[in-house]
Design a protein around this ligand. Sequence first.
Ligand SMILES: Nc1ncnc2c1ncn2[C@@H]1O[C@H](COP(=O)(O)OP(=O)(O)OP(=O)(O)O)[C@@H](O)[C@H]1O
Ligand SMILES: [Mg+2]
Length: 133
Amino acid sequence: MAVFISRSREETEAFAADYAKTLSAGDVVILDGDMGAGKTVFSKGVAKGLGIEEEVTSPTYAYMNDYDGRLFHYDCYRIESVEQAENLGLADYFDAGGICLIEWAQNIAPLIPPYAKRVKIKKIDEEKREIEY
Ligand SMILES: Nc1ncnc2c1ncn2[C@@H]1O[C@H](COP(=O)(O)OP(=O)(O)OP(=O)(O)O)[C@@H](O)[C@H]1O
Ligand SMILES: [Mg+2]
């Protein structure tokens, strides 16, 4: 495990863009952290690092946004049961050949593959974040 200290939203995005270059198609990454920690900001950076030009927005209502089959960005905050997630077919994208980023993965824990990587973002103060990866 390594730690990066970010002092701004921009630093988190830039770090995430670099981190994206360590990922390969088929990787599943759990983004851990409280509300407002910066999971979606991190996801925007990953998309930039992958060369995805489409704006990454929070998929709170859709649960998962698909960016060209290259990036699948999940927000499972509102998932009510593992059964609901299964019925929605959310697990189908884990081996669809893209990179999966998952916010609030604890709500679908039994579906998360054992090979998933983890990035943990901790809010230290208004602007400072500790990113463990
Ligand atoms: N160093 C930093 N890194 C990331 N975000 C930061 C930083 N400093 C301040 N922020 C702010 O913190 C907020 C992070 O919001 P973001 O939507 O990414 O959180 P989240 O972890 O996805 O929350 P949620 O669980 O509600 O989806 C943004 O408003 C961003 O501008
Ligand atoms: Mg978010």
